[in-house]
Design a protein around this ligand. Structure first.
Ligand SMILES: *[C@@H]1O[C@H](CO)[C@@H](O)[C@H](O)[C@H]1NC(C)=O
Length: 224
């Protein structure tokens, strides 16, 4: 059952990538929501022109903005990828992602990477995440990508801490939901940099998981 599920997901990913390449080559537009991380599409496609802006963005970011691209994990098969100012902070290729919540901190003024961590939200101890969230320094940007299951061990304290970083969806984050987010401590308003898909057997793209999420754009240097 599990093995056939994995094969189905791989077949889906292959079909999606193939469709994407064909559509992209023949129609010349970018499909924002179903595009897969660039490294998944293979290195045989010529990407040099697309790569000329940081993190592969179509348009460059203006001064005092940082380019980013964050992809959540795909089911429990492919891990998430985080690019910030053309620097891949976390990815399966770098072998520094894991199931649960992947969180990178960057200096919100300089864009320098401060740390990257993975929190197992299925069998890990939620105390580690709560402690980490409490210690996030003022002025840091917080980049979050889910992989497989970001929700089982989530508790009210961690949800509240994410809400304080500007998250609208942390309060409902649950088992196998897809979530990507950029926030910062004491944001006065909700962060505009957040995407969320609930795990729902009726609408899931994969058997047991919703579609992966990809979010890209320009985030203003602190203060927002
Ligand atoms: C960000 O970098 C600036 C300049 O180096 C420094 O003064 C500040 O403390 C740093 N902030 C964080 C959160 O690392």
């Amino acid at each position: 059952m599990r093995v056939s599920g994995v094969f189905r997901i791989l077949a889906l990913i292959f079909a999606t990538v193939t469709t994407w390449i064909i559509v992209r080559n023949h129609m010349g537009f970018s499909m924002k929501t179903i595009r897969l991380p660039r490294w998944l599409a293979g290195s045989s496609t010529k990407e040099t022109q697309v790569m000329k802006h940081k993190c592969g963005l179509i348009k460059p970011c203006s001064a005092n903005y940082f380019a980013f691209k964050i992809g959540s994990g795909a089911a429990n098969v492919v891990g998430p990828t985080m690019c910030f100012e053309n620097h891949i902070i976390m990815s399966p290729v770098k072998n520094n992602v894991g199931r649960g919540l992947n969180i990178a901190l960057v200096n919100g003024t300089t864009g320098a990477v401060l740390s990257q961590n993975t929190f197992d939200m299925y069998s890990g101890d939620i105390k580690h995440l709560v402690k980490f969230l409490k210690e996030i320094p003022e002025g840091a940007l917080v980049l979050v990508a889910s992989y497989d299951d970001p929700g089982t061990k989530m508790n009210d304290e961690a949800r509240k801490l994410f809400a304080n970083l500007g998250s609208s969806y942390a309060k409902q984050l649950g088992f196998r939901d897809s979530w990507v987010f950029i926030g910062a401590k004491n944001l006065r308003n909700k962060s505009p940099f957040e995407q969320f898909l609930k795990n729902n057997p009726k609408t899931n793209k994969y058997e047991g998981w919703p579609e992966l999420l990809e979010m890209e754009g320009c985030v203003p240097a602190r203060p927002f």
